[in-house]
Design a protein around this ligand. Structure first.
Ligand code: SF4
Ligand code: SF4
Ligand code: SF4
Length: 323
């Protein structure tokens, strides 16, 4: 048996070993992921957003800005001009209210102007949490999806994974950029039952804070009582597996800027792959280390390498033919 490993054999050995180790890692990761999945708690907090009651006053935006110590905007929060431009939450605004013009639609006699608040939906099965390979995003006991900047590595997988396109990133921060989004005023709500700042400030009760299960019942009761006022849909009851924030609207949700999403959470394949690799990544990393060492050692043996300068290859004559 040849005592020296040629590079092809070495690579085959390394890839086979690494693939085996990775497969084992993924299987272990998948099994653990399955174990960790739990049914949504009936105790999860939520907010019912009744867009038919919103008057576009932007008090919620202002309260959120203050509560989270965000930079003051150039315009005053009482300036309603900002409502006319369709906005998305950003690193400096965890929630925004958009104004959607009224319009007659074929199946409705006339649709009034609508205002729709946008923020993190605090998904029951959050894709951002699934995608985060270091656990910087997690779902807390009351359902809030919260962020720990001290362990975030800035990969921004959460941005890509979020079906609602919510997480923002502090690109302008050179040293300590953070992912930024609504965290449901988590420290205020947790254990106290206090309203989040936006819901506290809403003058029309367009935002109602409570237990998600109770809010869902409230929403369905409103649909039953006022079929003339609402379309028969509680947005967030089922979208991407359900969300802690629920919406009622007087017109199709697509018309008011809410994304039309499937009723199931996005596949967890990436979570299983990523978490498997990171939890048990030492096995493939060790093989890559061994592979690198053997490769380096092989490079120290010039007799194993093709003698290109002389036009000779091992086992072949000067013209490339067999010796
Ligand atoms: S809306 Fe996006 S950021 Fe918020 S919990 Fe769901 S996946 Fe995460
Ligand atoms: S829950 Fe708190 S952080 Fe989230 S939008 Fe409302 S005020 Fe802002
Ligand atoms: S505070 Fe209430 S009424 Fe005013 S914009 Fe926000 S959700 Fe609408």
């Amino acid at each position: 048996m040849n005592r020296k490993l040629n590079r092809r054999a070495l690579l085959q050995l390394g890839f086979a070993a690494t693939a085996g180790a990775s497969a084992q890692s993924l299987a272990m990761g998948a099994a653990q992921s399955q174990e960790e999945k739990k049914a949504p708690s009936p105790q999860y907090a939520g907010v019912l957003v009744d867009t038919t009651l919103c008057i576009g006053c932007r008090k919620c935006e202002e309260a959120c800005n203050r509560r989270n110590n965000l930079p003051r905007t150039a315009e005053s929060f009482s300036d309603r001009e900002a409502l006319r431009t369709f906005r998305r939450p950003s690193e400096n605004a965890f929630t925004v209210v958009n104004q959607i013009p009224g319009s007659p639609s074929p199946d409705q006699a006339g649709v009034p102007q609508t205002y729709a608040k946008v923020q993190c939906m605090h998904c029951l099965d959050p894709s951002c949490v699934s995608a985060c390979i270091v656990g910087a995003l997690r779902k807390s006991a009351d359902g809030a999806v919260v962020y720990n900047p001290t362990i975030c590595i800035g990969c921004r997988y959460c941005q890509v994974a979020c079906p609602f396109e919510i997480p923002a990133y502090e690109f302008q921060e050179a040293l300590t950029p953070r992912v930024r989004k609504c965290e449901f005023c988590a420290d205020r709500v947790r254990g106290t039952g206090a309203n989040p700042a936006c819901a506290s400030s809403c003058p029309t009760e367009a935002l109602v804070f409570g237990r998600r299960a109770e809010l869902l019942a409230m929403a369905k009761d409103r649909l039953k009582r006022r079929p003339d006022r609402y379309i028969n849909h509680v947005y967030g009851e089922n979208e991407v597996g359900g969300t802690s924030w629920l919406y009622l609207a007087g017109r199709p949700v697509k018309e008011i800027g809410l994304l039309d999403l499937p009723g199931t959470a996005p596949p967890r394949l990436t979570e299983e792959i990523q978490h498997g690799i990171f939890r048990y990544g030492m096995i493939p990393i060790a093989f890559y280390g061994l592979l690198s060492y053997l490769w380096y050692r092989n490079l120290q043996r010039p007799d194993d390498l093709p003698d290109v300068s002389a036009g000779r290859y091992p086992g072949r004559g000067p013209e490339g033919g067999a010796e």
